[in-house]
Design a protein around this ligand. Structure first.
Ligand code: FES
Ligand code: FES
Length: 441
């Protein structure tokens, strides 16, 4: 199948006619001969392929060409013609922040994306911004220094200009309508793609037929009604982090998903629909009792997330259904505990994760809910055990604490995986105990 997609590349309007599932990385390097964008891992891990799309840093290996309708794409070739690039280049050279040809384009793109959005970053913010760019040999201290020098130099120059920074605009892209997408889904059975950070990693991604739902307006909005905050399923993790309606528990989990380039591309709907017990946002939606709004051309259904995963890698989504919104309760979720144990922050596939909610009103536990991720085939959520604490005072809860812990100890049986069973079991029980203790139990 081939498709024509129009977008702007380094300031020039272009139309790409070809396989819509092709990786942007390959389109840039092989079709456009823009070889400054490097290929390191094709899995979103190294940052060598980073470009700026609609003002945000994204790994081009995880972007399907068909998702780019109306987008503005800047590669290192485009960026190198800007004043900001010159300032960064000078600053990198001044402190010998020397990187090899594979790392440096991605490092420069990450530096530029940071300074466009945040002209005066702290050291921590700089380290976070480049956390998705891996260097296997040199180290990061000189780069951090260089970015900070460039920031000062740029802000000094801009004092007299007060102009908007070069890439900080977030552009609204061309969008298909929801009804159109539902009809296409019904008639073609294609796989919906809203982020791509999971689907594009699979080796067969360019042979798949995708339905691009990433720019459908209803699926990109975050609104609140009297009971729920309604998150459009195509919202990127960054959209969720930046929205003032987002409750802290979800914000914290989204911040820990991965480095910025992944957070800028990955979506809530994709995170939920991939059926993984490691999905960070799904854990939060599970423990908060969130509900999925599913639509097909034939109607709507509301399904609690707790009923969405029948088994490993499986979901209750019918082939013609789309996750359109996630409805998260607004109230009773402020007192939470969240911990994720992963190998590294920039691509932290959870080894084990835990979320707990304790809603206490007038001294009585009104709700207690806990969930464990990355332990068995599905997220563990056992309301029948949590009931042991509900309706009790904190003192009464103390008296059943050991029985409660024993019930979870009995129920949690980690499946074998790369990380040891006993280690993950210990983490689960330690986090559960810590959650109780943090609530005085
Ligand atoms: Fe490594 Fe894209 S090639 S993140
Ligand atoms: Fe490129 Fe270290 S400088 S891998």
């Amino acid at each position: 199948m081939s498709l024509t997609v129009c977008f702007t590349l380094n300031g020039e309007k272009i139309s790409f006619n070809g396989n819509p599932s092709a990786r942007l990385l390959d389109v840039l390097r092989f079709d456009k001969n823009l070889t400054g964008t490097k290929c390191g891992c094709k899995e979103g891990e190294c940052g060598a392929c980073a470009v700026i799309i609609n003002g945000r840093l994204v790994n081009s290996c995880l972007v399907a060409a068909g998702s780019l309708g109306g987008a503005e794409v800047i590669t290192i070739e485009g960026f190198s013609k800007t004043e900001m690039f010159s300032a960064l280049e000078e600053a990198y050279a001044s402190v010998s922040a020397v990187q090899c040809g594979f790392c440096i384009p991605g490092m420069m793109m990450a530096s530029g994306a940071l300074l466009s959005a945040n002209p005066d970053p702290s050291e921590e913010e700089i380290r976070t911004a480049i956390s998705g760019n891996l260097c296997r040999c040199t180290g990061y201290n000189a780069i951090v220094k260089a970015i900070s020098i460039a920031a000062k130099q740029i802000s000094h120059k801009n004092d007299s200009k007060s102009s908007e920074n070069e890439y900080c605009r977030v552009v609204t892209c061309e969008s298909a309508s929801l009804n159109e997408a539902l009809l296409l889904l019904k008639n073609t059975g294609s796989t919906p793609l809203s982020g791509g950070t999971d689907l594009m990693v699979s080796g067969s991604c360019d042979k798949q037929e995708y339905l691009f739902v990433n720019n459908i307006p209803e699926m990109r909005q975050i609104v609140a009604d009297d009971k729920y905050i309604r998150f459009g399923a195509a919202c990127k993790f960054t959209d969720v982090i930046e929205n003032p309606l987002t409750p802290s528990i979800l914000k914290e989990a989204c911040l820990q998903v991965a480095a910025p380039a992944i957070r800028n591309a990955g979506s809530l709907g994709g995170n939920i629909a991939n059926g993984s017990a490691k999905a960070d946002s799904a854990l939060i939606f599970m423990v908060t009792g969130s509900i999925l709004r599913l639509l097909s051309a034939d109607g709507e259904r509301l399904l609690p997330l707790s009923e969405f995963y029948p088994g490993r890698g499986k979901t209750a989504l019918a082939p013609d259904e789309l996750i359109v919104e996630i409805l998260m309760p607004r109230f009773g979720i402020d007192n939470y505990y969240y911990k994720k144990v992963g190998a590294r922050n920039a691509l932290a596939i959870a080894r084990t994760s835990f979320a707990g909610i304790m809603d206490v009103e007038a001294g009585i536990i009104k709700n207690c809910a806990v969930a464990f991720g990355a332990v068995i085939d599905v997220i563990i959520r056992l309301p029948e055990i949590d009931k042991m604490l509900i309706g009790k005072t904190i003192n009464e809860a103390k008296s059943v604490k050991e029985a409660y812990l024993a019930a979870y100890d009995e129920a949690i049986k980690p499946r074998p995986g790369r990380v040891g069973i006993e280690y993950r079991k210990d983490i689960c029980m330690n986090l559960l105990r810590d959650f109780l203790e943090s609530n005085g139990i």
